[in-house]
Design a protein around this ligand. Structure first.
Ligand code: SF4
Ligand code: SF4
Ligand code: FES
Length: 349
């Protein structure tokens, strides 16, 4: 069945913009991204939209459809009334570059703040872990970095001034994953609470509701992370232990730092190895993945983790498609050391 659909798209840039109606012929089985492409083809070739896989896997086509943060390539037209306009606007939590394309470099900055996976020095690889630990982190590794959860979180959505202090649900997911990793020796709990804004989250679960990968961000990551923070900050026995430990430190070395400057952490407690920044979010344009059609020239792209920019051929490049910024340091695959039925070698923390 073919019918005429009215698409109401926000057009503009950082200076301002407005909703513009376009009527396009659409077919049964198409998605909102198809309709946007029809608009580009028939009415507005300069309409800027970021996309790549059209399969819900690259995380590029995030936008707000009828006010709800969604992937355009997964929003089937058959789920909308045919006689009403569909409104498509850019993600509200991030600065607009042009039309439907936003500057998501905030997220790359937050990714860089996560101290990297820190195995004990000399630990044997491939790692041997209990299957339950493997499965727990595998849920978190499904993240496609669409940043819809970041967009929907009310802590930053309507409060720009919270951005500096708040990493957001996507990165609480990462802190939780590292915290739950039996091979990791780092302790990011105080950091998460005191300088990454975990305490600002009031577990409304809005982030979970919009996640296209159905990751239970709040139940499986944020709440367990909050519980672990409570252990270290508010458990009276832990508090007593820290007092005794500190007394032992008097006249000697000061206790290891609980927080670090962004990016760098020295594992003073685990055998001295310095760990580089959590993610090498590339400034290298060769990482370019997502296409941005319609054009958003951005001379600052090199400073924005390749969020947008231009290739020599004139195509616009997007962020690393589907790149999970947390795995760089183990690209050899050590973290995925799955050994079904294996006994743990490191034990859970
Ligand atoms: S649960 Fe927390 S992180 Fe998720 S949207 Fe609500 S306040 Fe934000
Ligand atoms: S956790 Fe879900 S919503 Fe958030 S960035 Fe990852 S895939 Fe997107
Ligand atoms: S184009 Fe929609 S997730 Fe890749």
């Amino acid at each position: 069945m073919t019918y005429d659909l009215t698409l109401r798209i926000w057009r503009g840039d950082a200076e301002g913009g407005e909703l513009t109606d376009y009527v396009v012929p659409v077919e049964e089985g198409e998605v909102v991204l198809d309709a946007v492409h029809h608009v580009q083809e028939l009415h507005a070739s300069d309409l800027a939209v970021r996309w790549n896989c059209k399969a819900g896997k690259c995380g590029s086509c995030s936008a707000e459809i009828n006010g709800r943060p969604r992937l355009m390539c997964l929003a089937r037209l058959s789920t909308f009334p045919t006689d009403e306009p569909i409104t498509v606007t850019p993600m509200r939590a991030f600065p607009v570059l042009r039309d439907l394309v936003t500057d998501v470099s905030f997220n790359y900055a937050k990714a860089r703040e996560v101290p990297a996976f820190a195995p004990a020095a000399g630990v044997q690889t491939p790692y041997r872990m209990q299957q339950v630990d493997v499965e727990r982190s595998q849920e978190f590794r499904k993240c496609i970095e669409c940043f819809l959860c970041q967009d929907t979180c009310h802590v930053v959505r309507d409060h720009e001034d919270n951005k500096e202090a708040f990493s957001g649900p996507r990165f609480f997911l990462r802190y939780a994953e590292l915290e739950m990793h039996p091979m990791d020796t780092g302790d990011r709990r105080r950091m998460a609470q005191e300088s990454r804004g975990l305490g600002l989250c009031n577990i409304t679960k809005c982030c979970t509701e919009v996640c296209p990968e159905s990751i239970k961000i709040t139940d499986n990551a944020i709440i367990p992370l909050k519980e672990r923070v409570a252990d270290v900050k508010y458990d009276p026995l832990t508090w007593l232990g820290s007092k005794i430990f500190r007394r032992g430190q008097r006249g000697g070395e000061s206790p290891p730092p609980q927080d670090v400057p962004a990016g760098i952490r020295t594992q003073a407690d685990s055998g001295a190895h310095a760990v580089r920044s959590e993610s090498d979010v590339p400034d290298d344009p060769s990482f370019a993945g997502a296409r941005v059609t319609g054009g958003v020239p951005n001379p600052d792209a090199a400073d924005q983790g390749s969020t947008t920019g231009t290739t020599p051929s004139g195509d616009f490049v997007g962020r690393v498609s589907g790149q999970d910024t947390g795995m760089d340091e183990t690209s050899g695959g050590e973290k995925r050391a799955l050994a079904e039925g294996d006994e743990t070698a490191g034990g859970s923390r």
